[in-house]
Ligand binder design. Structure first.
Ligand code: SIN
Length: 293
């Protein structure tokens, strides 16, 4: 898969309609990952669904989406956007994943990101990604149902992320997205209640960056397929750290809420001057260099 540049829009941020895909493309992203889509329409949790905390956000949206068939129309309309469109999908069973995968492939998605790592939704998400057998069944089923590449988005809260990475690769994954958000909560000290309606959500942003870098570093050592880094990338230095840990592309999410869509351009320019200054021909020369002895 060829990306015009290694900066992708992360799942869950703006990736919900043709007009937003277009804005992200115009802002200079190298690929767009959609909000996670399931087979059936889903309301999500009531508000509040997001809260700002030190160095990031905690969100628990509850995977709201219009259902695969309805969302397919947005993907279909997006053929005018000259950017790879990757559909993030979720499901309760391997069969459900496979049905959604076929719908988004047919609509024109160029790859699929399996969200087996949402840290708070019942029956879907991390309950799958934390179970190597179940993850393997989902990956195998989707792999046998579609022809486009499959990324698996891994959960960070596991005993050993390398185990899930290896099993995903063996089951047919074409790339791994490392990591999803981390289970977290925030309490309002005036009311004594959790702020989010779901009480627990997923922490994103600079707070999780060192954890994500460690996960990318560990996974890169164990697999041959590309690793896509995500978690707290807010500036060009962060992106470089992920490349050095082993990521061959990165996803930007929370930084858009902090800096706006101009963050894509800002990171690209910072990266370009770093490469020039240090005599690198291409950012790919940075990938994995932190593993040198
Ligand atoms: C949500 O919709 O609540 C977030 C999804 C995710 O974290 O994967």
């Amino acid at each position: 898969m060829h990306l015009p540049n290694p900066l992708m829009l992360a799942a869950g941020i703006l990736g919900i309609s043709h007009s937003l895909f277009k804005r992200v493309a115009e802002a200079g992203a190298g690929a767009v990952v959609t909000k996670s889509i399931g087979l059936h329409p889903r309301q999500g949790y009531p508000n509040p669904t997001i809260v700002g905390v030190e160095s990031g956000f905690i969100n628990a949206m509850g995977l709201p989406n219009p259902g695969a068939k309805e969302f397919a129309k947005e993907i279909n309309k997006s053929k005018d956007i000259k950017l790879p469109l990757i559909a993030s999908i979720f499901g309760e069973t391997p069969e459900e994943f496979s049905e959604v995968a076929c719908i988004v492939e047919e609509a024109g998605a160029v790859a699929i990101e399996l969200n087996v790592s949402c840290p708070h939704a019942e029956k879907v998400g991390a309950v799958i990604g934390q179970d190597p057998n179940l993850t393997s069944k989902v990956v195998k089923k989707v792999k046998s149902s579609v022809e486009i590449p499959i990324f698996v988005k891994l959960p960070p809260l596991v005993t050993d992320i390398r185990e899930i990475a290896i099993i995903s690769e063996k089951s047919g994954a074409d790339a791994l997205t490392v990591i999803n958000t981390i289970r977290a909560m925030s309490i309002d000290i005036e009311t004594g209640r959790p702020i989010l309606s779901n009480k627990i959500g997923g922490l994103s942003g600079p707070a999780i960056k060192p954890i994500a870098v460690r996960c990318v570093f560990e996974v890169y050592e164990k697999v041959k397929i590309p690793v896509i880094g995500v978690g707290g990338i807010t500036n060009w230095k962060d992106a470089i750290e992920f490349f050095m840990a082993g990521a061959s592309a990165v996803q930007i999410g929370t930084a858009i809420a902090i800096k706006g869509l101009s963050v894509f351009q800002e990171i690209k320019e910072g990266l370009r001057s770093y490469l020039n200054k240090n005599d690198y021909k291409n950012y790919m020369e940075l990938v994995g260099i932190a593993h040198r002895n």
